[in-house]
Design a protein around this ligand. Structure first.
Ligand code: SAH
Length: 256
């Protein structure tokens, strides 16, 4: 079964947030048997390349254009090769996956997407917090502020803030002042905010504060890249309510 699944194809593999142990077993097995591995040198930690066992050709996509990357993949698959395209975290979030996949579809080249642990989840783990806390919020928003990639007007942080949900903000720690200004339109100043730098790496660090002081703390810590901003009451010290799932007075399918 696995044999058939793993014929010449492109596999977009999420490598997780940084710790090489946080790639999936499937992702690791694909790396073991890959013929060509394409990775973005600046983002994907070279450590996961240590899983390669079949001496694949390894290409760094950092200096390549979309056309160069997709041509490389198309030619390799047509030559019967197994291609692994590495993405950080999970490929479905800020991964430029779609533009590559669209070319492969147009060229009739088979591909598969293998999920990974997003840095949003590694950051929640570093905080030891649940993002959906009963009695507090049941919603998580993944977003970013505008950089070179525009963000639709209706998704401004100031508008998202109105919901009081947990918000995970990618790609934005260099714009901390703007993030705080926008969030302040919807959240009280004492709302908990955490910034997790390099979640799951050896040098992971966490800065915790509130909307009123987080920008200053992050500047003092010198963090301006590779960090996740998480905002909302769920990550604070308010315990919320216990879940119904383990509530002795609440029956469900597995427990009368
Ligand atoms: N697909 C990736 C996100 C790529 S965008 C994922 O699912 O995690 C890159 C952004 O992700 C960075 O700007 C940062 O906000 C976040 N990021 C990536 N790795 C991180 C890590 N180890 N710790 C904290 N944030 C990280």
């Amino acid at each position: 079964m696995a044999e058939n699944r793993d014929n010449a194809k492109v596999f977009f593999v999420g490598t997780g947030p940084g710790d090489p142990e946080l790639i999936t077993v499937r992702g690791m097995n694909l790396l073991k048997t890959a013929d060509l591995v394409i990775y973005a040198g600046s983002l994907v930690r070279e450590k996961v390349l240590g899983y390669c066992e079949s001496s694949p050709e390894i290409r760094n996509s950092a200096s390549m254009s979309l056309g160069e990357i997709t041509s490389l993949m198309v030619e390799a698959v047509r030559a019967g090769k197994k291609v692994v395209r590495l993405h950080t975290g999970d490929p479905s979030l800020y991964g430029a996956l779609r533009e590559q996949a669209d070319v492969l579809e147009k060229e009739g080249v088979a591909y598969e997407v293998v999920p990974g642990v997003s840095s949003a989840f590694a950051s929640a783990a570093a905080l030891k917090r649940e993002l959906t806390l009963p009695g507090v919020t049941q919603t998580v928003i993944f977003t970013r502020v505008e950089g070179r990639t525009p963000v639709p007007e209706k998704e401004r942080l100031s508008l998202l803030a109105a919901h009081g949900a947990t918000i995970c903000i990618f790609l934005s720690v260099a714009m901390m002042d703007e993030v705080v200004r926008e969030l302040s339109a919807g959240y009280p100043q004492d709302t908990p905010v955490a910034v997790v730098y390099r979640a799951s790496w050896e040098d992971e660090s966490v800065v915790k504060g509130t909307l009123s002081d987080i920008a200053k703390k992050v500047a003092e810590a010198g963090i301006n890249r590779q960090a996740m901003i998480i905002v909302g009451q769920a990550i604070g010290d308010n315990p919320g309510e216990n879940s119904k799932l383990y509530d002795a007075g609440f029956s469900h399918g597995y427990r009368e």
